[in-house]
Design a protein around this ligand. Structure first.
Ligand code: ADP
Length: 191
């Protein structure tokens, strides 16, 4: 079973790597950021509720996020594996993920943490704002919020999950896209 959670600060290349890894692992890619952006674009009830938080770079409340992930992980297409991207984002969500998986009779196989220095991610986010025009990349204050939220709330999930017995792979995220993909696949024992 391949239940893998991907961690890394905004702008670390997580989305790019996730797209490649899901093919290598042959599992669906579940990105909570993509799910929320999709709700926002469709202006669903959830989308309307969360759009201001997304635009400010703040976390959506756990109750909303946990329920969305629990529903998603209960579906058939992720019965044998999933690549989680953007969840968990704080220690409470990390515990909830372990509970959700255990309720489903599954367990978290591994965590992959992509490590990139702060100044590198800031430069990459500025470039992405120009190229893709993603709302939450444009405003420096929002970018800064996302980095602070990552450091304060999300990064601690990695040692927390490790302390619960989950295998953690730290990957150096500085290098070419191909190099980083092969580092991750090597760590996961897929080549
Ligand atoms: P980034 O590239 O900044 O890591 P994502 O695409 O993963 O961004 O997420 C974008 C936004 O969606 C976050 O800034 C946050 O508002 C919301 N979000 C995504 N995942 C979660 C989560 N697990 N808990 C709370 N909010 C989330």
């Amino acid at each position: 079973m391949k239940f893998v959670a991907l961690f890394g600060p905004p702008g670390c290349g997580k989305g790019t790597q996730a797209a490649r890894l899901k093919d290598a692992l042959s599992v669906p890619h579940v990105s909570t950021g993509d799910m929320f952006r999709d709700h926002k674009a469709r202006q669903t009830e959830l989308g309307v509720k969360v759009q201001q938080l997304l635009d400010a770079g703040q976390l959506v409340p756990d109750s909303i996020t946990d329920a969305m992930v629990r529903e998603r992980l209960g579906r058939e297409d992720v019965a044998t594996g999933v690549l989680l991207d953007g969840y968990p984002r704080n220690v409470s969500q990390a515990d909830e993920l372990l509970t959700i998986l255990s309720d489903l009779g599954k367990e978290l196989s591994a965590v992959v943490a992509i490590d990139v220095p702060g100044d590198v991610v800031r430069a990459r986010l500025a470039k992405r704002a120009d190229e893709q025009g993603r709302g939450d990349d444009k405003d420096p204050e929002t970018v800064n919020n996302r980095l602070v939220v990552y450091e304060e709330h999300t990064a601690p999930c990695v040692p927390h999950l490790e302390s619960k017995g989950v295998t953690v792979h730290h990957i150096d995220g500085v290098g070419s896209v191909d190099e980083i993909t092969s580092r991750i696949l090597g760590a996961l024992g897929i080549s």
